[in-house]
Design a protein around this ligand. Structure first.
Ligand SMILES: [Mg+2]
Length: 264
């Protein structure tokens, strides 16, 4: 089977690997399953996430890692955006992935003009950047968001603002709804399915958020597992609306193979 793991809240929180994550991945790989990773977080490049995972004892080749930044870059490449200008609100990983497909970056000045405004997580977000994005969009830039995750989980149950918190402020200021590339859009998951060569019914999405991970997995026609190691508590998980319900709810990754062996 093909397993696609979300990262934040599933494999790690912050800089800390979650219990059972490394062992579960190793067991799945040893049993011949294909393991991929799909994160909405656009802060780092695939190379960066590979290094982060390696530091946690997880061997994840770069080509098995999909990020919302890379998915956005692939989409723009497909649209023929090479050479187009982009005002980016984001961090290094997003710039690097977009630069690799030939986007030209525009400084966030008050009279910024660009073909695209692309927004992801930016821990240096400012009013000036918000204004620049607003002006560019009001003057016709196509507004793309890497994802809408409102928060990211950290160690000890703490959270920090996710890129959705920034996207919504650009959306509010520009009176424009962005096109969202990351989960819940099935776009990135479908790229993985195609690359890995698995039909959706032989694939499992494992995530900690229903409105992104589970919605994405279901939209792609995959099996779905919600783990309670991230942003969703059991009471919330059990009260999800029908369209966001996962097939399995697990405390952590230790029960993953058992869930599949037992069936539903
Ligand atoms: Mg997550």
């Amino acid at each position: 089977m093909l397993f696609i793991f979300d990262l934040d809240g599933v494999i790690y929180t912050g800089q800390t690997v979650l219990p059972h994550a490394a062992e579960t991945v190793a067991r799945l790989q040893a049993a011949g399953h294909a393991v991929y990773y799909l994160t909405n977080n656009s802060a780092q490049t695939r190379r960066g996430y590979r290094a982060k995972l390696a530091g946690m004892g997880i061997d994840a080749p770069e080509e098995r890692i999909m990020t919302s930044a890379y998915a956005t870059a692939l989409r723009l490449k497909e649209e023929g955006a090479r050479g187009a200008s982009a005002l980016v609100i984001g961090q290094g990983g997003l710039y690097e992935e977009l630069g690799a497909v030939g986007l030209r970056f525009v400084e966030p000045s008050p009279d910024a003009r660009a073909d695209y405004v692309i927004v992801g997580i930016d821990r240096q977000f400012t009013y000036e950047k918000l204004k620049a994005a607003q002006q560019a969009i009001l003057h016709g830039a196509h507004f793309i968001a890497t994802n809408r995750d409102p928060i990211y989980p950290l160690e000890g149950g703490r959270v920090e603002p996710g890129s959705g918190s920034i996207v919504i402020s650009v959306e509010t200021a520009s009176l424009t709804v962005p096109e969202v590339i990351g989960k819940p859009s099935p776009e990135a998951a479908e790229i993985i399915l195609k690359e890995a060569g698995y039909p959706p019914d032989q694939a499992v999405m494992v995530g900690d958020r229903a409105d992104t991970d589970i919605a994405c997995g279901r939209a792609a026609g995959m099996h779905t597992v919600l783990v309670l190691t991230g942003t969703t508590r059991r009471e919330e998980a059990e009260q999800l609306p029908e369209e966001l319900k996962p097939e399995w709810i697990l405390e952590d990754l230790s029960g993953l193979e058992a869930a599949f062996q037992q069936g539903k």
